[in-house]
Design a protein around this ligand. Structure first.
Ligand SMILES: [Zn+2]
Length: 132
């Protein structure tokens, strides 16, 4: 039985046509042939498991690096946000848009009240994207 030479390294993985031939000739094969096929199928299984385990390790490493990159970029954005807010020292950032808040008030609405954050540029923000 030949091995597919599609990988740069020698792979014990069976090609699909080899696996199909094993399945097709299974009932007519003698014991030594069956023993060889079982060994080849077990080698194939080990090779595929090795690939999956290597992929799992690469994915875990990738996720770790993505978290590090996200933390770094968030740190840069936070620093920029602090620099932008410097002229309004002591003003808290708006929980909706991040800009410094000049005032917070409650507005009465037909369905209850809404907490509205006012900004120096005249913009107002309130929960659920109802900013004006
Ligand atoms: Zn806002």
């Amino acid at each position: 039985m030949r091995k597919r030479a599609s990988f740069a390294y020698s792979s014990p993985m069976l090609a699909d046509d080899d696996a199909n031939r094993i399945e097709f000739e299974l009932v007519r094969a003698d014991k030594p042939t069956l023993v060889r096929w079982v060994k080849e199928l077990l080698d194939d299984r080990r090779a595929r498991s090795g690939i999956l385990q290597a992929q799992a390790r690469r994915l875990a490493h990738l996720r770790q690096r993505l978290k590090q990159a996200a933390d770094y970029l968030d740190g840069l954005a936070l620093k920029a946000q602090e620099e932008v807010a410097a002229p309004w020292k002591g003003k808290l950032p708006c929980p909706h848009c991040g800009a410094p808040v000049s005032g917070v008030r409650a507005e009465q609405r037909p369905q209850g009240h809404a907490v509205v954050h006012d900004h120096l540029d005249g913009r107002t923000c309130e929960p659920e994207g109802k900013g004006r």
